[in-house]
Design a protein around this ligand. Structure first.
Ligand SMILES: *Cc1c(COP(=O)(O)O)cnc(C)c1O
Length: 461
């Protein structure tokens, strides 16, 4: 399996190249050259999450790693989860189940993709006898999952920029309290966008790098993260009904990576009825699915901060694959003027999505109400991101046949203010989160306004 860019300028790449490069050279996103098909009868006989992963992951990695190597790697990839099968499924009623994806070490679903990314980064660095710097900015859960996933690999140093403010205390402390020689959390006196600009500059100039050293990104466009997420869609289908009937999935959506993994699983053969794209008041995806309007607006701060985005980067993959039938010239044309010009498709083309996708946008009020409703009726406390997905299901239920799976992407204890404002309370904080709260913050405080961040990286590299 080789990979190519959605914009046509970067082709014939191996898995390893795509892994280490992240973004394609022409600014596009990497896609597999074709959708590998699964044999559902084979999958039905599997037992564990890792069994499923051992079936799915090699379909994408055979250009760089043989099957035995990958299986050995996968035995050690996902670690420090509270559940033996990594996930937990809560049946709410006949029509609805909640898929809890937050039992990993950082209590958000990003552990699935980033632990897989880190394992393959490390394996590649070992094979090539090189080292790497992970450099990224975070507005929430990505940074902590990246730090945690990379911290035990000595060949990788992580420098993560954390904007002061914007995220919850637990989210911040999950990064700022990590005291390890190869981890460098940096508190920055600016916004997430200021941090992003510094990261972009760093990737362009690459001045702090040593010879023969990789600079790795951990943002959600890396294909390896999508692979990690495809695995749990197949696994939950197996657990719920052994693929006997299609399911609906309601996905709390920001950068569209999780939704795209669901779409990818269906292209590979997983039975699927509808994907519900659930967003907060940052509604670019809802505007697109409802009105064929994909245009950038400014970011609103909400109580589900990990979905506060102005554009959904992984949407480019869906545009390319579903709407444009993999015509990279058209895709490239759309993105040559985006975001200055919004994307509006020919109506006939736009209608292609209606068979598979539904969308809904919930504001903070509706999110609080949904959290209260689930506690009152089902004695279940959900985090605000999950509540956005649950609210979409309630509002779209007339359009949903079959069973619906609500993806729960974070543990509610990560968002104590939202829980309190919904007049709920969490009795038992998970030990791993409680430990974090009681630790000392060790992050370096630096300014984005001068060269101090790059100097700091260089000094510690
Ligand atoms: C990252 C994140 C999301 C959004 O996922 P995308 O793949 O970017 O759409 C939703 N919920 C939580 C808790 C997250 O951390």
């Amino acid at each position: 399996m080789l990979f190519h860019s959605t914009r046509g300028g970067d082709n014939q790449k191996t898995f390893e190249q795509v892994l280490m490069q992240g973004l394609a050279n022409d600014g596009g996103l990497f896609m597999p050259d074709f959708w590998p098909k699964v044999n559902i009868d084979d999958l039905r006989n599997l037992e564990s999450f890792v069994d499923v992963a051992k079936y799915i992951v090699p379909l994408f990695t055979d250009s760089s790693f043989n099957k035995d190597e990958v299986e050995e790697l996968l035995d050690k990839t996902w670690h420090n989860f509270d559940k033996k099968d990594l996930i937990n499924i809560i049946e709410i009623n006949e029509k609805i189940s909640i898929l809890e994806l937050f039992h990993g070490p950082t209590a958000a679903f990003k552990d699935f993709g980033l632990q897989l990314a880190a394992a393959f980064f490390n394996k590649t660095l070992e094979n090539l006898n090189k080292t790497a710097i992970v450099f990224g900015a975070t507005s929430g859960d990505t940074g902590s999952a990246a730090i945690d996933a990379c911290k035990n690999f000595d060949l990788i140093k992580s420098f993560i920029l954390i904007p002061e403010g914007g995220m919850s205390e637990i989210q911040r402390k999950q990064m700022t309290t990590v005291d390890k020689e190869n981890v460098f959390p940096i508190l920055v006196d600016g916004t997430f966008d200021d941090c992003q600009d510094i990261v972009k500059k760093g990737f362009k100039e690459r001045k702090f790098l040593q010879d023969n050293q990789y600079l790795l990104a951990v943002n959600s466009i890396n294909w390896v993260r999508i692979i990690g997420q495809i695995c749990y869609y197949f696994f939950v289908s197996l657990k719920i009904n052994k693929f006997s009937e299609p399911l609906n999935y309601s996905v709390p959506t920001g950068n569209f990576g999780n939704v795209f993994a669901c779409y990818a699983a269906s292209k590979m053969g997983m039975p699927l009825s509808k994907i519900v794209v659930a967003v907060n008041s940052n509604d670019i995806m809802d505007r697109f699915f409802r009105n064929n309007d994909y245009s950038k607006e400014k970011v609103n701060e909400t109580i589900s901060p990990s979905m506060d985005i102005s554009v959904a980067s992984n949407f480019e993959r869906l545009l390319y694959d579903l709407y444009l039938d993999r015509d990279s010239d058209s895709c490239s044309k759309f993105y040559s003027t985006f975001p200055e010009t919004g994307i509006e498709l020919n109506d006939r083309i736009w209608e292609k999505s209606s068979a598979l996708f539904l969308s809904y946008s919930s504001d903070d009020n509706a999110t609080y109400e949904r959290m209260k409703f689930y506690f009152k009726n089902y004695n279940y406390i959900m985090d605000p991101h999950t509540a956005v997905a649950a609210d979409a299901v309630e509002n779209l239920k007339e359009k949903l046949d079959y069973k619906t799976i609500i993806l729960s992407t974070a543990h509610p204890a990560k968002f104590p203010n939202a829980i309190k404002d919904a007049e709920l309370s969490i009795e038992n904080l998970p030990k791993k989160l409680n430990d974090v709260l009681n630790k000392e913050e060790v992050a370096k405080k630096l300014s984005y306004k001068d060269n101090s961040i790059f100097d700091y990286i260089k000094r510690n590299n």
